[in-house]
Design a protein around this ligand. Sequence first.
Ligand code: IPE
Ligand code: IPE
Ligand code: MG
Ligand code: MG
Length: 354
Amino acid sequence: MKLFRSWFLAQIPAHALVFIGVQPINLNQVKVPGEDLEKIEAELRLSVETSDPVLSEVATHLIEAGGKRIRPILALAAARAVGEDSTIEVVRGASAVELVHLASLYHDDVMDEANERRGVVSVNARWGNLIAVVSGDFLLARAAGIAARLGSEIAELLADTLAEMCEGQIAEVKDGFNTSRSKEEYLRAISGKTASLMATSARIGALAAKGERGRVQALTEIGNNFGMLFQIRDDVLDIAASREELRKLPGQDLLEGVYNLPVIMALESKEVGGELRAILDEKVTEESLPLATKLIIKSKSIDGCYHIAEDYYQKTREIAVDLADPYSMSIAELCKELLGSIAEFTSAESSDRD
Ligand code: IPE
Ligand code: IPE
Ligand code: MG
Ligand code: MG
């Protein structure tokens, strides 16, 4: 399996791969041309220009560090799915959603006290919380300016999405260290903090491309399902992947008291639920983390996460098949790939891992 993966990766040019943890995801399969992505990069840099040298350095810090640009890619793909090339409106809409995402990362890293982001030191760790929060606000302001110039529908949509993201983040914080957090509460939180912006990314791309209403709505749903699957994968990897695979320390969510789907489902397990709850009630420490992780894996809750994620993939696929254009289909293919990386950690597959 590993040998095959190494061989497979060697066949793909390096620039086509973006590493999102365990498996590199071939975003090139979402067939937006390279020149569209170059336009996004130029627009992003232009949009954060300011005469203040400190703000300028802070605002470009994570843009220059890279990132997968999944949200702009969704926007560009959705625009093409409704039959439009990347007009300046589409490029600006795609940049606005990346700016909102960037701002949410600046703020999230303050909330999570994270030291690293996109392989570089996080803004809060380098410049402090105050600068990180205000610079995040600056990015939001620039996104709002772009959206306003694209028209009131897009401006309102982005504002509503930002409110949903805040609601999702607050729901997560409110449920911190709560061992009774339900699956529904978890799904509501990730729908707000992650899927809402993915849905809006696709919607803004389709709207800026003046797509027909039915297609705009279908693409919004594709973005939403993609976002749910994306966050579930992220949360599974935090528990199940190794430090080398993740390129950061696993178990961070557990240590911070963010009990995500694999934990919630493991707590329901007859076999390990009681023992796990006892560890969580004491709050997980560096010492108890290995045992907590072992119990979660033993509960086979990752299998349950896989089935829930699979539903989001199936929904994406059904909509894409209905839309029947290559761009929607390629987003469904990307979902399948994300699902595949969850599958690696299910009980059926994990014995294949060495
Ligand atoms: C990170 O998003 C936050 C989550 C929703 C898990 P991405 O994984 O898209 O981050 P970048 O943009 O590639 O850095
Ligand atoms: C990322 O959330 C921030 C948003 C989705 C708004 P997480 O805290 O779950 O993700 P990472 O692991 O820091 O990227
Ligand atoms: Mg975080
Ligand atoms: Mg967080």
